[in-house]
Design a protein around this ligand. Structure first.
Ligand SMILES: Nc1ncnc2c1ncn2[C@@H]1O[C@H](COP(=O)(O)OP(=O)(O)OP(=O)(O)O)[C@@H](O)[C@H]1O
Ligand SMILES: [Mg+2]
Length: 477
């Protein structure tokens, strides 16, 4: 058997689809982790940036108080908040460098430093210098404080914007992933329902039907996966069961009829013999003056009795289990001998052909097989009264160790309606007295005794074909 292309196997497809889904989930999980990690860092820093803005605001609040009340503690508080602001600048240096760059970081540090220096200067000179003298310094201090707050706010704003950007980037990724996952899910569900569950249901139904004696095959759509194989195996099984069932029915019929007919034939044989003998005696001992009309009647009785005895003879033949002995015979010879035997019965215009390898030999019971073949040939001749060709072929089927013998004619063919009945005992379409309808049932029995099979089909052109398969080599034992 050809190895299946790997992809057509259900197992491989399932592993692939689940593997793909798993990989997609792992990739998405990794990407999501990196996004969340960055967002978390941003959030932490954002709170730091907000805290820096607050420090700067606090410093400025104390600066205002200082100018209102001229108290030292406000000056110290302002510087204290400024130190905290600077500490934050140092602690978050790396993060600030990453998001702001070196120059901006330096700028913030310089601003904080400049603000402190200015404040100190103002504090030192307050009380010693006149207000007009200090005013420009105070003005500088205020604008330095303002810039410090503006820049710190800009920093918090930029971090917030960065967070928004990350969220914006993440959203389409999430949508693509969910859509992909839904797609894979839908495919898997479709595959399970349509390609697995439905055919399995069909097989289940077919199994129930087979159990009831209906051996119809399941339609096979040439799928090459495990389900396809299962359907093929099921159909093979159904075909075998059908053949075995038919054979069993036929055998039962033959057995039942065999018993019946042997009894009837036996009972009829004696009276028929008596009639025949009496008729012979009467004919022989008839006085010369007997009317010719009476003589004709007696001759008619005698010939009808002879016919009846023939029928009884074939009935007995049908029911009798004669000795059966298998011997190796040359098939070509067997066929040509049987054809010779009925040469006298061959209608004018009928040609016979044998297409059998000369050396082909097979184990069979010659007497029985003769009889089986003669019945087939006679039927063909009877169906080709207007002329035709009878062809007998044989070939060896190595794979199944069988020999197939076909008997092919160009006769009337068989009406498809009666095709299933032709092997039945006493089934005949011939007129009363022309056929007993036992020929094919005897042939059937003989082939069966040879552990073979016989079937018939109408040809597409003209006539019908009987196909006999026989074991080519029997094993010893
Ligand atoms: N080669 C054939 N061509 C056409 N019809 C056939 C052929 N062989 C068999 N039949 C049909 O099958 C029927 C049964 O055949 P079978 O040989 O059992 O009986 P028969 O020929 O009618 O009678 P018998 O063989 O007992 O003289 C025939 O009556 C005929 O209708
Ligand atoms: Mg016949």
């Amino acid at each position: 058997m050809n190895p299946l292309p790997a992809l057509s196997k259900i197992r491989v497809r399932l592993v692939l689809s689940f593997g793909l889904a798993f990989l997609a989930m792992a990739a998405f999980g990794g990407i999501s982790y990196s996004y969340f990690f960055r967002m978390e860092q941003k959030l932490v820093f954002l709170s730091q940036a907000d805290a820096m803005v607050n420090m700067a605001l606090e410093a400025r609040r104390y600066e205002k108080n200082y100018f209102l009340y001229h108290q030292d503690k406000d000056f110290r508080q302002a510087l204290d908040y400024l130190s905290q602001y600077e500490a934050m600048l140092t602690n978050n240096r790396q993060h600030l460098l990453n998001s702001l760059g070196l120059s901006e970081h330096k700028k913030l540090a310089q601003l904080a430093d400049g603000y402190r220096e200015l404040f100190r200067e103002v504090h030192r000179r307050t009380g010693r210098w006149s207000i007009e003298e200090v005013a420009p310094l105070v003005e500088n201090l205020r604008s330095a404080g303002k810039s410090l707050i503006e820049r710190s706010e800009a920093l918090a704003r930029s971090e917030r914007n960065h967070m928004h950007r990350l969220l914006k980037e993440y959203r389409p990724l999430l949508i693509i992933f969910l859509a992909g996952l839904a797609g894979i899910g839908a495919l898997v569900v479709y595959y399970f329902l349509v390609r697995l569950v439905r055919p399995l249901h069909t097989i289940e139904e077919a199994t129930k039907v087979v159990g009831k004696g209906d051996f119809r095959p399941i339609p096979y759509d040439h799928r090459e996966d495990e389900i396809g194989h299962l359907i093929q195996a099921f159909n093979r099984m159904a075909l075998h069961l059908k053949q075995n069932n038919e054979q069993m029915v036929q055998t039962e019929k033959l057995t039942a009829l065999g018993t019946l007919t042997s009894g009837v034939a036996h009972e009829l044989n004696n009276p028929l013999n008596n009639i025949s003998t009496s008729c012979q005696i009467l004919l022989e001992e008839m006085p010369p003056e007997t009317a010719p009309y009476h003589k004709e009647l007696l001759t008619a009785i005698d010939s009808q009795v002879e016919k009846a005895r023939d029928i009884v003879g074939s009935l007995l033949e049908f029911s009798r289990r004669r000795k059966f002995k298998l011997e190796r015979e040359n098939l070509y010879q067997l066929v040509s001998e049987s054809l010779k035997l009925i040469r006298g019965e061959t209608p004018v215009g009928v040609k016979t052909r044998i297409d059998i390898p000369r050396e082909m030999a097979i184990e069979l019971d010659k007497g029985h097989m003769f009889q089986a073949l003669l019945n087939l040939f006679m039927n063909s001749f009877q169906a080709m009264e207007q002329g035709g060709v009878l062809t007998v072929r044989a070939r060896e089927i190595k794979e199944s160790n069988q020999i197939e013998l076909t008997v092919d004619d160009t006769g009337t063919g068989i009406d498809p309606e009666i095709l299933p009945q032709v092997f039945d005992p006493f089934f005949t379409t011939k007129e009363v007295g022309n056929g007993t309808g036992l020929g094919l049932s005897i042939t059937y029995g003989v082939i069966e005794r040879h552990q073979g099979r016989i079937k018939v089909e109408n040809k597409e052109t003209k006539g019908c074909r009987f196909i006999v398969t026989l074991p080519a080599n029997r094993r010893e034992g």
